[in-house]
Design a protein around this ligand. Structure first.
Ligand code: HSE
Length: 307
């Protein structure tokens, strides 16, 4: 018996919403297939990127599958095939896509018996295996789709918010690798009260902009992150210049996607998004760095909504 699932790339943080905001992208996906076998336990089969761990408890997809088998006290095992569509360490939620695709494939194999809260927990476990922190800002949109807000709580509360249909995001991935662990280790452990006030104001404005359908406000709020983006920009060669190029090309706002090094910018049409993409890519080309570009609407379907 087989089951399979695909999970999309995601943009997390979205400026001032560190570990809180995220949205799903159209385009690249990770794909996981699971096959029930009589031998208990989990095995990773097929070729995988040589930089990914093959040890069952260390590979995100197999670690999630093992946890889900244990949750149902299974006497059988599974073979897991992981097909990576997302680049590693890119800031596009690569580990989350693997964790979510594994979670949903196993959910289907096991008879769709889990609640949404339980599925989120399994996927967050995968994220923890990957980077040591069970943050949900990538896995929530990869699982449920759309633009999501992680309020926290127990169980973790996820709020899904509609995004105006004509808003477009352009994501540019420079061929540099920035492991999430390293990008998290660079962050301050505490911030000044006035910095916290600035981030709360901008995070609240970003959500207000979604309800007001006000892309210009969304862009201003996106760029108001006073805590995480200023630190991480310094870890990404050419980032500042690429961001300035996006704004000069008329983007409503620009920020780092997840932990980076990819950046994303916002526009209100496909044609404008493509122009912004060309300007950003040109900056990295001048630094001798190749790029991949994706244009997407904001908040594509999540793994649970894909068959
Ligand atoms: N919120 C996470 C971070 C997303 O910025 O570290 C990357 O996985």
């Amino acid at each position: 018996m087989f089951a399979a699932a695909s999970a999309p790339a995601t943009v997390a943080n979205v400026g001032p919403g560190f570990d809180v905001f995220g949205f799903a992208l159209e385009g690249p996906c990770d794909h996981v297939q699971v096959r029930r076998v009589s031998t208990p336990g989990v095995r990773l089969v097929g070729a995988v990127d040589p930089t990914l761990p093959r040890v069952v408890t260390k590979n995100v997809a197999t670690a999630v599958a093992l946890r889900m088998l244990r949750a149902v006290n299974a006497r059988f095992g599974v073979e897991v095939t992981l097909t990576k569509g997302l680049p590693l360490g890119s800031g596009l939620g690569s580990s989350s896509a693997s964790a979510v695709a594994a979670t949903v494939a196993m959910h289907r194999l096991l008879g769709e018996r889990f609640t949404d809260d339980e599925l989120l927990d399994f996927a967050r476990f995968g994220e923890k295996v990957a980077c040591g922190a069970a943050h949900a800002d990538n896995v929530a949109p990869a699982l449920f789709g759309g633009f999501t807000l992680v309020r926290g709580g127990s169980p973790v509360e996820i709020i899904r918010i509609d995004v105006p249909k004509n808003w477009r995001v352009v994501v540019v991935h420079p061929h540099l690798e920035l492991p999430t662990k390293k990008a998290r280790a660079a962050l301050p452990l505490s911030v000044a009260l006035r910095t916290m006030t600035a981030n709360v104001a901008n995070a609240a404005s970003l959500i207000a902009a979604l309800y007001k359908k006000d892309l210009a406000l969304f862009g201003r709020a996106l760029m108001g992150d006073a805590i995480v983006t200023p630190v991480r920009k310094r870890l990404i060669p050419g980032c500042d210049v690429a961001m300035r190029a996006a704004i000069q090309a008329g983007a409503a706002g620009v920020s780092i996607s997840g932990a980076g090094p990819s950046i994303f910018a916002l526009t209100d049409s496909d044609a404008h998004a493509k122009l912004v993409a060309r300007r950003i890519a040109a900056v990295w080309r001048r630094h001798g760095i190749k790029t991949d570009v994706f244009v997407s609407r904001i908040g594509a379907r999540g793994a649970l909504q894909r068959r």
